[in-house]
Design a protein around this ligand. Sequence first.
Ligand SMILES: C[S@@+](CC[C@H](N)C(=O)[O-])C[C@H]1O[C@@H](n2cnc3c(N)ncnc32)[C@H](O)[C@@H]1O
Length: 286
Amino acid sequence: MIKIALKNIKILSFLNKVPIIRYFFILKINENFQNIQTNPVLEKFYTDIYVKNKTSKRTANNRFTDIDKISLRYLDKEKINYIHDIAVSSGITSDNFYEYLKIKNIPFQMDISDKYAQIFVKKGFTTKVFDLDNHLIFAYWGAFFAGDKNIFFPLSVLLYKIIEKYNKKYDADYALYLFHPSILKKIADNKINVIEYDIFQTERNKKYDFVRSMNILNKGYFSKSKLLTAVTNIKDSLKENGILLVGRTNSKGINNASFFKKIANKLILLEDVNNGSEIKDLILNA
Ligand SMILES: C[S@@+](CC[C@H](N)C(=O)[O-])C[C@H]1O[C@@H](n2cnc3c(N)ncnc32)[C@H](O)[C@@H]1O
């Protein structure tokens, strides 16, 4: 089976509501991508995209209502909290967090990051989408979608492998950020700051009071040693007494998360939400 790519948002919105059929269709990206406001179409698009290290870009509006509320307990009401939201995908959950903190009158500055936020597109009958490191993320061959990972759509994966094999070099026609319009607006208004950040490599020494890392430090994505490297790196980016929130949204939509505090270069457990993070032990030993 192969996925069909369409540009028409109205048709996609309609198809999105049809059980089973909806899985056969995906948005065909174009220069207008950053103006698309239709959340269900966008959410479906991100769900179907896997980046080079096989992590999904899946995210959803209001995914963290519960943990946003709990996060409030760990933020200072009197002075500016420097916040970093890691691996945000479309950034819609950062937008939710931002709006919630504003309502609650919390003073803060927010950095957001995602290693694969920026994409580079080469147009043509075969439209190719690359990341910063020149890796093909996904492509379209006419109306057919080519993606790196999907057990239910093996022909889309095969098409991806063929296109990837014969397209090592590229010169992009345009580049864009895969952020939601609401986040793009906040970036343009200097309300939110985008930084380049790779969980395994980027150093941000003792910069943040609160770091959130949701749905990226997952056992299903990375080996124990890779996770340890990332956790140590993220820990270094926290100030003394800084807070780390790590978690995963499970298949039922429940957020299994834990809050930690950095004390004397160790992370101490403060609180588990819904049984806590699946990598809690690894974090406590980092
Ligand atoms: C499942 S999404 C999480 C989105 C959002 N945090 C949420 O929970 O709804 C995972 C994101 O991690 C990003 N990512 C993958 N590898 C990364 C890395 N090495 N450093 C930073 N971000 C990475 C992907 O681009 C993807 O957007």
